[in-house]
Write a protein that binds this ligand. Structure first.
Ligand SMILES: [Zn+2]
Length: 342
């Protein structure tokens, strides 16, 4: 991974990354404190890619762009790459302002609608049930039960949604972007590749500094999303060194194949740690957090850490290395399968 030598755009500014690609950076009120937003100039209006969270700061950041570098520009499309709140949150507001539909994959739209429909108490109940199954302490179970839905808090009501799918293209005077969709960090996340120009808007699937969060799905905590993500990385490790990647967080970079290989190794290291730990005793998801991270987390971070730990356990079950025992009201336990003798 090699950072591209280009300054991060400051508030109210755009940075031009290619003839038809612009980059803005907005604040996020999280530990991961910013998001990169991209815009493609189709020659027939601007296609916005992702929206930021629905906060006053995001509204002001967009307004500064519309009053500044985007003044007089026609905004013709809005693509939301996936349902995570930092990408979709302000989408409804943008769509209504410009009379657009939010363009998403069907799977991401369904997930977003499912989350948005949950009241704070419904969300708290589901989340508490997961935390209990993860074997987390009572104080964390109570905190998530009463903490409300961050998704609802930080999302504006959605506009009408138009489905888009893998293989669709966006042609601009400068090139041709092909939409691909992948599963892992989310259900059917959109990224855009221009093969001829060696440009890839990878958003949250390929990040230069942190590893994209691979978390058990709140709708099905047993789902093996890590397999899907490793499958994606397996393809990406063959990317040309010259391809420039535009990620959803941090900075544009090249040598993406090397980065994909690092991420594959990172996940295999984590799986190996869990296998090693399970030789001593069966693991709950809470035990797996200790093994993988060696520290405890605040309630907000615990959501990601527990989801990540569980996704790795799920992968070990899906690949037949571990088995799982579930009992109502008890922590799900994971233990090593006996090696099969011949
Ligand atoms: Zn994301």
């Amino acid at each position: 991974m090699q950072p591209v030598n280009i300054d991060v755009p400051s508030s109210g500014q755009l940075c031009q990354l290619a003839e038809d690609v612009y980059w803005a950076r907005f604040e996020l009120p999280f530990r991961l404190n910013h998001i990169n937003l991209y815009m493609i100039d189709t020659g027939d209006g601007l296609c916005l890619i992702d929206a930021g969270v629905n906060t006053q700061a995001t509204a002001q950041s967009w307004q500064a762009l519309f009053d500044g570098p985007l003044a007089g520009q026609q905004i013709s499309r809005l693509i939301i790459t996936h349902h995570h709140v930092d990408h979709i949150g302000y989408g409804g507001e943008l769509a209504r302002r410009f009379g657009l539909k939010m363009e998403m994959t069907k799977a991401e739209a369904e997930h977003a609608h499912w989350l948005y429909a949950l009241s704070d108490s419904e969300y708290g109940q589901i989340s508490a049930e997961h935390y209990r199954a993860f074997g987390l302490e009572e104080e964390h179970i109570q905190a998530t039960r009463t903490g409300g839905s961050r998704f609802r808090r930080m999302s504006a009501p959605f506009s009408e949604i138009k489905y888009i799918s893998a293989g669709e293209t966006i042609t601009t005077p400068a090139g041709k972007w092909v939409i691909r969709t992948d599963r892992g960090h989310s259900d059917a996340h959109i990224s855009l590749m221009d093969t001829d120009r060696k440009l890839y808007i990878g958003v949250d699937f390929l990040l230069p500094r942190i590893s994209p969060n691979i978390s058990a799905d709140i709708r099905n905590r047993d789902d093996d999303l890590l397999s899907a993500y490793l499958h994606y990385l397996d393809e990406m490790q063959h990317l040309d060194d010259e391809v420039t990647v535009f990620p959803g967080h941090d900075w544009p970079f090249t040598h993406a194949g090397r980065r994909a290989k690092q991420l594959i190794a990172h996940h295999h290291d984590r799986l190996a740690l869990l296998i090693e730990a399970a030789r001593d005793a069966p693991l709950s998801t809470s035990d797996a957090i200790d093994v993988l991270f060696g520290r405890r987390f605040s309630d907000h971070e615990l959501y990601f850490a527990s989801g990540e730990a569980r996704a790795h356990l799920n992968h070990l079950v899906a690949t037949d290395i571990m088995a799982q025992i579930q009992a109502d009201g008890q922590a799900d336990m994971f233990f090593l399968n006996e090696p099969r003798g011949d």
